[in-house]
Design a protein around this ligand. Structure first.
Ligand SMILES: [Zn+2]
Length: 366
């Protein structure tokens, strides 16, 4: 199906609306909707604002003024994701559209959720509406990469993140200085912080290993931007951490991953042993804690484990212009990684620091 320039422009508007939910909709998908009259005017628009809230189609429908209501019968709807056909926390959007019904519905990507998959489209077609699927599909698949991956694998989308010096070190101190309580070793400048915090806020959980927790005592917050903080997932299967540690004290947002030797009575603990493998850990974090995505913050051992087991989807990496001349080597970006899909920046600069964003080659789209 070839889409017109106007189709793509309206779908792009819907995609930009969807993006407004980026910190609040997970584990739901990002969805935007634009309603266009027969003479090409936007008469309604909406987006899914937060998990449990109204769907984009309902928001868009409710935004149509009473003066424009008569135009709905000849309208075209642009929806980034196939309208739902199941009654979940809200009534089915396909039923809402079917009742109107508009002349045409343009859909970005199909919903691979088994309760929907194709059903919304069939229902609209059965109501006599022209339905065209696939407008801006590569960009929209990227926008909803976490949701699509969750539906396919029942695991969180995994983003590896680190910062390295120009000569490839994550921490410039010699090993004997990287001891408990030593504190963090900043690689990037202050100017990088808002983007680092955005990277955190985009995912539902931040994973940190016991050694990094002991040495750096990281805050892992998002304070330089307006967004809710993700959960902290602290990996301590060997029981290295003392119950007085600052991260352990954060009872509510902490998911404490414990092994056979430590089973503290924490509100949110997840039992996992290293020998069970990372796939099992990921399955548990998705099934038991509903985490649709994870940002792996470190340290080097944890990052290298995820790389070794190929248990990642995306990499975000800072590189500073300064050299440390030694220290803890940073991981390497694997060869089987790709730039992001067409139209989405894979690298940039913020202040003095440069960033790179890569995608696992299994997600190659075209
Ligand atoms: Zn819906």
């Amino acid at each position: 199906m070839q889409f017109s320039t106007a189709d793509m422009q309206f779908m792009r508007t819907a995609m930009e609306l969807a993006e407004r939910g980026q910190f609040t909709v997970a584990p739901n998908p990002l969805v935007g909707c634009v309603i266009v009259s027969a003479d090409g005017r936007i008469i309604g628009q909406g987006w899914h604002t937060a998990f449990g809230q109204a769907h984009a189609e309902v928001e868009a429908y409710q935004s149509v003024s009473s003066a424009d209501q008569p135009l709905l019968a000849e309208s075209t709807w642009y929806v980034t994701l196939e309208p739902c056909n199941h009654v979940g926390q809200t009534p089915a959007c396909a039923a809402l559209i079917e009742r109107i019904p508009p002349k045409r519905v343009v859909i970005g990507i199909r919903d691979s959720n088994p309760a929907v998959d194709g059903g919304g489209t069939e229902r609209l077609r059965a109501a006599g509406i022209q339905v065209d699927v696939g407008c801006l599909e590569h960009e929209l698949a990227w926008q909803n990469r976490r949701f699509l991956w969750n539906a396919e694998t029942k695991r969180p989308w995994v983003v590896l993140k680190w910062a390295e010096s120009r000569d490839g070190f994550m921490d410039g101190r010699p090993q004997q200085e990287r001891k408990p309580g030593a504190g963090g070793f900043p690689i990037t400048a202050e100017t990088a912080r808002p983007l680092t915090h955005t990277w955190r806020a985009l995912e539902q959980g931040i994973v940190v290993g016991a050694n990094t927790a002991l040495v750096d005592t990281p805050q892992l917050g998002v304070r330089s931007i307006e967004a809710p903080s993700p959960r902290i997932v602290l990996l301590d299967p060997d029981g290295l951490i003392n119950m007085e540690h600052a991260l352990i004290q954060r009872n509510d947002d902490l998911i404490y991953v414990v092994g056979p030797t430590n089973s503290p009575a924490k509100k949110h603990s997840c039992h996992w042993e290293v020998k069970e493998g990372l796939d099992t850990l990921l399955e548990r974090l998705y099934a038991e804690f509903n985490l649709s995505s994870l940002l792996i913050e470190g340290g080097a051992t944890v990052l290298n484990d995820f790389l070794k087991h190929d248990a990642w989807n995306e990499i975000k990496c800072w590189r500073s212009p300064a050299a440390t001349g030694g220290g803890l080597p940073a991981p390497s970006i694997p060869d089987h990684s790709l730039p992001l899909p067409h139209g989405i920046a894979s690298s940039g600069q913020l202040g003095v620091d440069a960033w790179t964003n890569r995608l696992h080659s299994r997600h190659a789209s075209d």
